[in-house]
Design a protein around this ligand. Structure first.
Ligand code: GTP
Length: 601
């Protein structure tokens, strides 16, 4: 039996990172009895280990809550989880498009932050009704009244009905459930007799069931035994099972209009399912497909290479497995003179890159070297063709290039006034163009246009350190603009290290080259000979450092017969060796790559 439309509410929770979205979700699940207290693990929605450790949400999930409201009626509330980090803005947008309302969670001790704005504007763009929830009222620093006004002033939402809660203690949370029922609308359309029309919201790989597809039903009914067709790809599948998440997976006989749920049907790869695609019944198709989503495009690329060349096949298997579950991650084989065989991988952003790298190292036990992250450049060649460059090593000969374009972003930064000077300087140093500066209470809200290339390295780290962690940041890609970009190469002992080459703005080249050489000098261990380290543009050397030659034997310090100590020292050296790569005659530790690429100002 499907639920009548007016007894369904589909909603997301949007918030700035750490404002308590997951904690609130847990409370809602707990209160509606979806989970017994004893089964309640902290933050059940963040299922992956890394997510839990880092306290961030990556994969959007959905939970069906059964709620008996104070008016005695039974409602089905579908909570669609959305990730909070800027790299995953795309996942936020597609989840929002599948529901009618949002809870906007704002930390009552912090107030509106950059991602509060970015996420709530997306909800507004999707015509959502919004319930304002002011969280953490248990904290002594909470100022719910002030933050209520702030929400009204800055976002322009009516916050007179805002619900004051502590997701931590549970205070006020039952009021959130009532607000969902009474302030959020039921699904706007839905004809149970019409041909099946459903939106593919998400999909992931399950070792037992194959690909699980999360859908939102618009019209008609989805059930076992139907042959469905994906209207975008044309692929057909036999539905083997339908069900919902409570949050545990539970099979149901059918899913009707307005409902969220999943189906499985011997789909082999996540790549066979296109998020935003319209699913219909093959026998009786719907006339018109839903407006599609655009697929998430990787914006940052880097090379991943095994430290030990013998691990290449393991790396191949591992990236293949990860890709099964994450279609936004892309890879293709790459060979580097310096690093051997590896993969050029594409990511949604730097956090995504870090997460994938960490999963490869941790879950698949691989030692990896990651090359400098690079954005996607557009090369306009003299012959009129346009080439996308994912890897600085593939840069065409400069004489063939008419111009180079690079991606720009629009960044929103909220910061306490005290740090404004430092942040303006940072943005200016990164070739930023100020678009706006206004005030949200005592905090400045800065809007800047910046080249993505200047942000991928360490912009976020720098911003956090300048503002002692108080500034918040969000961005979206805007356009490509022409830039005076040059390829800078790094030579160690006169050999170019292709993995360290990068495109930089001409005005920044010398500074970055010098910093890179200095860093490498610190990080490359002494050898028995002198090692020159140089940065060059074309044939011109723009910076140079030298690692002096080693004189003493390291074990010489271990005087006398203390064998264990000597052994320890040698073992330690061996351990260090594992993480080294040889370039010509020189060993470069992996740390040198990472540090050389993380440059301060
Ligand atoms: N004092 C207090 N702390 C809270 C409350 N709600 C959440 N927290 C804490 O705030 C921190 C962040 O909460 P999360 O629920 O993980 O925040 P989130 O918005 O889900 O973060 P992401 O999933 O990373 O986007 C955690 O340490 C929570 O324990 C509250 O009502 N009061």
């Amino acid at each position: 039996m499907t639920t009548p439309l007016d007894h369904i509410r589909n909603f997301s929770i949007v918030a700035h990172i750490d404002h308590g979205k997951s904690t609130l979700a847990d409370r809602l699940i707990q209160l509606t009895g979806a989970l017994e207290e004893r089964d309640m693990k902290e933050q059940v929605l963040d299922s992956m280990d890394i997510e839990r450790e880092r306290g961030i949400t990556i994969k959007a999930q959905t939970v069906r809550l059964n709620y008996r409201a104070k008016n005695g009626e039974d409602y089905v509330l579908n909570l669609i989880d959305t990730p909070g980090h800027v790299d995953f803005a795309y996942e936020v947008s597609r989840s929002l498009a599948a529901c009618e309302g949002s809870l906007l969670v704002v930390d009552a001790s912090q107030g509106v932050e950059a991602q509060t704005l970015a996420n709530v504007y997306q909800a507004i763009d999707n015509n959502h009704e919004i319930v304002v929830v002011l969280n953490k009222v248990d904290l002594p620093a909470a100022e719910p009244e002030r933050i209520r006004e702030q929400v009204e002033e800055v976002i322009g939402l009516d916050a007179s009905n805002a619900v004051l809660i502590s997701a931590k203690t549970g205070l006020g949370v039952p009021d959130v459930l009532e607000a969902i029922v009474h302030q959020l609308p039921p699904p706007r359309e839905g004809d149970i007799a019409a041909p099946l029309k459903a939106m593919l919201v998400d999909s992931w790989y399950d070792a037992y069931l194959g690909v699980i597809v999360l859908v939102r039903i618009i019209d008609g009914v989805l059930k076992k035994g139907q042959t469905i067709r994906m209207m975008g790809t044309g692929a057909k599948y036999l539905v083997e099972r339908t069900g919902v998440f409570k949050p545990a997976r539970v099979n149901v006989d059918e899913l009707g209009p307005g409902e969220f749920g999943f189906f499985t049907g011997s789909i082999k790869e996540v790549a066979d399912t296109r998020v935003g695609d319209t699913i219909t019944e093959d026998r009786r198709p719907t006339q018109k497909a839903l407006p599609g989503f655009k697929p998430a495009q990787p914006v940052v690329f880097c090379g991943l290479f095994p430290v030990d060349a013998a691990d290449f096949e393991d790396l191949r298997a591992a990236v293949g497995k990860l890709r099964l579950n994450d279609a936004s991650f892309s890879y293709e084989m790459e060979t580097s003179a310096a690093l051997g065989f590896g993969f050029r991988c594409g990511f949604l952003g730097l956090l995504h890159l870090e997460i994938i790298q960490e999963r490869l190292e941790r879950e698949f036990n691989l030692d990896l070297i990651a090359t400098a992250p690079s954005v996607v450049y557009r090369m306009n060649l003299i012959d009129g063709t346009v080439k996308e460059l994912h890897n600085p090593a593939d840069m065409p000969d400069v004489v063939k290039i008419a111009s180079i374009e690079e991606p720009w972003i629009r960044a929103t930064i909220l910061t306490p006034d005290d740090y404004l000077g430092g942040i303006l300087k940072l943005c200016q140093d990164r070739r930023g163009i100020q678009a706006d500066l206004s005030y949200v209470g005592k905090r400045a809200m800065l809007t800047y246009d910046l080249p993505l290339n200047e942000v991928v390295f360490d912009f976020y780290d720098r911003l956090k350190s300048i503002s002692k962690g108080y500034a918040s940041f969000d961005y979206h890609l805007t356009n490509y603009r022409e830039g005076d970009l040059v390829k800078m190469s790094i030579l160690v002992n006169d050999e170019p290290v292709d993995a360290l080459s990068m495109l930089v703005h001409r005005t920044a080249a010398e500074k970055r080259g010098r910093a890179m050489c200095e860093k490498l000098k610190e990080l490359i261990p002494q050898h028995l000979f002198k090692i020159p380290i140089q940065a060059a543009i074309g044939g011109r050397i723009i910076a140079r450092e030298t690692v002096s030659a080693l004189r003493k034997d390291v074990t010489a310090k271990c005087y006398g017969g203390d064998v264990t100590r000597k052994r320890k020292l040698l073992d330690k050296q061996k351990e260090g060796k594992k993480r080294m790569r040889q370039f010509g005659k020189v060993d470069i530790p992996q740390e040198a790559f990472i540090q050389a690429l993380k440059m301060g100002d």
